[in-house]
Design a protein around this ligand. Structure first.
Ligand SMILES: [Fe+2]
Ligand SMILES: [Fe+2]
Length: 298
C-alpha cells in the first residue's frame, strides 16, 4: 500500500466534452457512462456505511486508511455527479434511472434492514461492509483496466473524460485494499467471516451486472443523438475486442479470484501504474498545486 491515502481536490471542465465522447462509439461511450449513473449514489453510500463502522476500528493505521478512503470516495461521488449535470445539459436526462439507484442504496441498503427484517445491527453492518469489499474488488479491476486502455486514446476519446476516469481508476487501485481490510477487521472470525465475504460477492457481481446492462439500455434509449439507441451484447463484444471496453468475460473471471480464501486485493492491478498516472494526470497535478483544504468536504 502507498504511504498515505489522501483525496486530491480535483476539478474538471466539461464545457468541451461531446455527448459521444468516444467518437462514433455510442455503445462504448454509454457503457462507460453508466459509471456516472451508479457511482454518485454508490460511493456516497460507501462513506455512510464506513462512518457507521468507524467506532469498530481499533487499528490506528487502518483508521487512517479508512478516513483517506472516505475522502477519496466522497470526491469521486461529487465529480461523477457533475458529469450527470453535463449529460442533462446535452438533453440526456438520467434522473429516472439514478432515482432507482439511490433508492437501492439509501432505502434497501440503508442503516436498518428493509421491510423490518430481523437482522441484528452488527450483522447488517458486516453484510454491507462485505458488499463494499466485493464492489471495491471490481473498482480496482476496472481502475487497472482504464489505466491500460490505450485504445481509447488512439480513437480520440475526450481527454477530460479520460482524465476523470483514470484519476478515479488510479485512486481505486491506490486504495484497493482498504475496504477488504476494513471487512476483515470488523467481520468477526473464521468460517462465518469468509462465508459472509463470499455472500457479498455472490450478491454484488450479479447486481452490478444487472445495473450496468439496464443503465446502458437506459442511456442509449434516451440518447437524443441516436434514432433507435439500444444496448447490444454483440456491440459490447466488438468494442471490447478493440480495447474500448472491458469484456464481460474478463469481469466474470475476476469473481473467482476474490473467492479464494487467500485473496488479498494487493494482488490486484498495478500500484506502480496508478502512481505513475497520478503524477501526470492534469486534474491531479492541478489539485496538488492548489492550497490544501479540508479533505472530504468536496
Ligand atoms: Fe471511487
Ligand atoms: Fe474505491
Amino acid at each position: 500500500m502507498s504511504d498515505a491515502i489522501t483525496p486530491r481536490r480535483v476539478s474538471f471542465d466539461w464545457t468541451r466534452t461531446p455527448l459521444h465522447w468516444i467518437p462514433d462509439e455510442p455503445t462504448a461511450t454509454h457503457v462507460i457512462n453508466v459509471l456516472h449513473l451508479l457511482l454518485p449514489a454508490g460511493e456516497r453510500w460507501f462513506v455512510k456505511v464506513f462512518k457507521e463502522a468507524l467506532p469498530l476500528v481499533t487499528d490506528e493505521q487502518l483508521l487512517k486508511d479508512v478516513k483517506g478512503f472516505m475522502g477519496q470516495e466522497s470526491t469521486h461521488s461529487v465529480q461523477h455527479a457533475y458529469v450527470l449535470d453535463h449529460l442533462a445539459e446535452q438533453r440526456l436526462d438520467t434522473d429516472a434511472y439514478t432515482r432507482r439507484v439511490e433508492w437501492m442504496f439509501d432505502v434497501l441498503l440503508g442503516e436498518r434492514p428493509p421491510w423490518g427484517l430481523p437482522v441484528p445491527d452488527r450483522e447488517w453492518l458486516r453484510f454491507r461492509l462485505s458488499l463494499i469489499a466485493a464492489i471495491e474488488h471490481f473498482t480496482a479491476v476496472l481502475g487497472d483496466w482504464i489505466l491500460a486502455a490505450d485504445a481509447l486514446d488512439r480513437v480520440g476519446a475526450d481527454e477530460v473524460m479520460l482524465d476523470l476516469l483514470r484519476w478515479h481508476g488510479a485512486e481505486e487501485v491506490e486504495h484497493r485494499a482498504v475496504a477488504f481490510d476494513m471487512y476483515q477487521h470488523t467481520g468477526g472470525r473464521g468460517a462465518a467471516r469468509y462465508l459472509r465475504r463470499a455472500e457479498g460477492m455472490a450478491l454484488a457481481w450479479p447486481t452490478l451486472f444487472y445495473l450496468w446492462v439496464t443503465g446502458a439500455r437506459y442511456t442509449m434509449r434516451h440518447d437524443p443523438q441516436l434514432d433507435h439507441g439500444a444496448y447490444r451484447f454483440r456491440a459490447h463484444r466488438a468494442a471490447a475486442r478493440r480495447g474500448l471496453l472491458p469484456s464481460w468475460a474478463s469481469l466474470n473471471r475476476a469473481m473467482p479470484r476474490y473467492l479464494r480464501r487467500s485473496y488479498h486485493p494487493s494482488q490486484e492491478g498495478s500500484l506502480r501504474k496508478a502512481v505513475e498516472y497520478l503524477a501526470i494526470s492534469p486534474a491531479a497535478r492541478a489539485a496538488t498545486a492548489k492550497p490544501t483544504g479540508s479533505a472530504a468536504s468536496s
